[in-house]
Ligand binder design. Structure first.
Ligand code: FEO
Ligand code: CA
Ligand code: CA
Length: 662
């Protein structure tokens, strides 16, 4: 059953675009665009940054050139690598003087008894022991636990979703578009097994990384692995299903996008577009607010739990942050209900000076929100068992960004403000399970798709990647900053007052706006054409406090920037603030995920997700065509006849062994 018969499709990206047509937020809360436009009048263009479109018009080309030289001379760049160029082709590229080596690919063995990958003979049983599909988040956990070992550790990797048209022989095209004509139970079960996450033990020997396919640390978590619900919503009536009357045990985690590593050495994995796995029909307003059922997969044909007409509560058990102890392969993944249910993109935890754990999170949908969670209890050095309970109890807040440059964190607490029984709220579990609706009621600021969020360990400032929002209408912006139909995204910086992450107030300012000057992009004038990017998605901050941004332009890459996605290094301080340089580029049709540094910053792991899929028809060499298993736009990284493209994790090291980017 196709719930969206008329929508254009062809890849999962287009399915997503169609399914999220206008975003599912029906409220009239102000958008961040409204607020930026009010805040950034002429007066407020940032120091060291030229609002290139406006300035170009005012100064003309020659003065623009002078400004660029002046800006370049004004500060010392933090990043010393030679920039690579925009472009698109069948392989990856890294800055000169660096190596970018494949560490692990879809299908490589993870468990000791995994069979060798044979794309023509896939099975769910084999896939559950092999590296999953579409690697997104990458986290590094040093060995032993508690150390800073830079050359031996565990890599924690999310497997977000599957692209059946390039995974399976004979399928040909994206299956929602084809009414699931080629899908079988066997293929659906392989898909379920290809989701979730992997832990692998890795080691650097003579400057090169390898993983140990026989390590007893290695594990696969799939769409079938037993997880437990913890926190205020565990066991609630809204969590109970016919298979689990306790409301505490869930099969699997799904659509795990980005994540975070906690200070106590656990892996947080964010369930994002879980709605796509459910099908059936429902008029329930709360399900609708979450886009359930999405109908992107037909798993509901074979498994009743994915059919909302049969198990209306099952989808309440997805859309959470999942905490996993990578050091114990027998541990049960825990879904943290105190952190709220939404399309979780990522989760960045800091220990506030008060000792509380504070987690920053984004809800990645057009017009959705930025959240933070503050733990009730405080961190205890050396007491890992205690610290592993910190995210089970506390207060969830949602952000309101104001024109005066302030951020107000509003608590989502049952009984407070509009979240009362009079207004239909039952209890705190209800507030958390329907966190989006609770945040609507509080008047949170509608954002342009909040993706990754990271906290700079040096400064305490927080970077929010806002990837794009093509559906923002002109009436939702004002004349001073016209970014309606925002196809390019931007990066917002939040500054907690006095570094206090507990405070309910902070301030914010813009770091950059994606895209070229012609579309209102704003980078420091020292940025070259290759430094311009669009659609910031993931980010990492190295231990020197330097920001690295990765992009996901999807089908839109040609219009948005003209280059394939990649990694850009972005200056955040001084006169060069807002200067960007291109460091790495993915093969055609891929997006750039990860990124993750080792503890000494001499390795940057990145994840190349869905090579050969998004927007390949716009690449001259593949003009007009979509990829299939038999005829993909690239066979990266193996480039062997008959071997499909394979999402892979890449280890980037400097040839001289030094710190990345220095
Ligand atoms: Fe899975 Fe929002 O990217
Ligand atoms: Ca993402
Ligand atoms: Ca993405």
């Amino acid at each position: 059953m196709d719930t969206r018969d008329t929508a254009p499709k062809g890849t999962k990206y287009l399915t997503f675009e169609a399914g999220e047509d206008i975003g599912s937020n029906p409220t009239t809360n102000p958008t961040l665009g409204d607020v930026i436009n009010a805040r950034f009048g002429r007066r407020d263009l940032m120091r060291g940054m030229l609002a290139t479109a406006a300035a170009g018009a005012l100064l003309g080309p020659s003065l623009m050139a002078v400004s660029r030289e002046a800006a370049a001379a004004a500060g010392k760049p933090t990043f010393s690598f030679t920039e690579i160029q925009h472009g698109v082709d069948e392989t990856h590229h890294v800055a000169p003087g660096y190596d970018a080596d494949i560490l692990i690919r879809w299908g490589d063995p993870v468990l000791a008894d995994a069979p060798a990958f044979d794309p023509m003979k896939q099975s769910a049983e084999a896939q559950a022991k092999q590296f999953g599909y579409n690697n997104d988040y990458v986290g590094y956990a040093p060995l032993p636990l508690g150390s800073n070992t830079p050359d031996h550790g565990l890599l924690c990797i999310n497997h977000e979703y599957t692209d059946e048209e390039v995974m399976f022989p004979g399928v040909g095209r994206e299956q929602q578009e084809a009414k699931f004509d080629k899908m079988t139970r066997e293929l659906a079960d392989i898909e379920i097994a290809a989701h979730g996450g992997s832990v692998i033990e890795i080691r650097k020997v003579n400057g090169k990384w390898t993983y140990d396919p026989k390590s007893t640390y290695n594990r696969r978590i799939t769409g079938e692995t037993e997880c437990v619900m913890v926190g205020p919503a565990a066991g609630h009536a809204m969590m109970q299903t016919s298979a689990d009357p306790s409301g505490t045990k869930v099969r699997g985690m799904l659509n795990n996008c980005a994540g975070g590593m906690t200070p106590w050495g656990t892996w947080l994995s964010a369930e994002e577009n879980f709605n796509g796995y459910f099908w059936g029909k429902s008029d329930d307003a709360a399900l609708k607010r979450y886009g359930v059922p999405g109908g992107w997969y037909n798993w509901g044909e074979y498994h009743d739990r994915f059919d909302v007409t049969k198990e209306p509560n099952e989808s309440n058990r997805f859309g959470w942050i999942v905490e996993i102890d990578p050091y114990d392969p027998t541990s049960t993944p825990r879904k943290l209900t105190a952190l709220g249910r939404f399309k979780h993109e990522a989760c960045s935890v800091v220990i506030d000076k008060s000792g509380h754990a504070v987690a920053y999170m984004g809800d990645d949908e057009r017009f959705d929100y930025v959240y933070k969670f503050v733990s009730k209890n405080t961190h205890k050095d050396g007491d890992r068992a205690h610290n592993m309970t910190l995210l089970e109890e506390g207060t969830l807040y949602v952000a309101k960004f104001d024109t005066d440059g302030s951020v107000t964190w509003m608590p989502l607490v049952f009984g407070q403000g509009p979240l009362t029984a009079d207004k239909g709220w039952k209890d705190q579990a209800h507030v958390l399970i329907h966190a989006r609706l609770a945040a609507d009621a509080l008047g949170a600021t509608k954002m342009d798709r909040p993706e990754d969020i990271d906290v700079n360990p040096k400064t305490g400032r927080i970077y929010v990647m806002l990837t794009n929002n093509s559906r923002r209408k002109p009436e939702q912006v004002d004349a001073t900053n016209p970014r309606a139909a925002n196809n390019w995204g931007h990066i917002v910086e939040i500054i907690p007052a006095n570094g206090d992450h507990m405070a309910d107030k902070a301030t914010w300012q813009m770091l950059i706006q994606g895209g070229t000057a012609e579309v209102g992009g704003q980078f420091n004038a020292a940025t070259t054409a290759n430094g311009v990017f669009a659609c910031p998605d993931n980010c990492a901050i190295d231990s020197h406090g330097r920001l690295w941004v990765t992009t996901d332009q999807g089908e839109n890459w040609k219009k948005a920037s003209g280059t394939a996605d990649g990694v850009w290094a972005v200056e955040t301080d001084g006169d060069l603030r807002g200067t960007s340089k291109m460091f790495f580029r993915v093969p055609v049709g891929a997006e750039m995920c990860g990124p993750c540094f080792t503890t000494d910053d001499t390795t940057l792991f990145v994840a190349v997700q869905h090579p050969a899929t998004d927007g390949v028809d716009q690449w001259e060499k593949f003009a007009g065509k979509k990829s299939s298993f038999e005829d993909p736009a690239t066979r990266w990284p193996d480039f062997k006849d008959g071997m499909p493209p394979r999402p892979s994790v890449v280890a980037i090291t400097k040839k001289d062994g030094g710190v990345i980017g220095l």
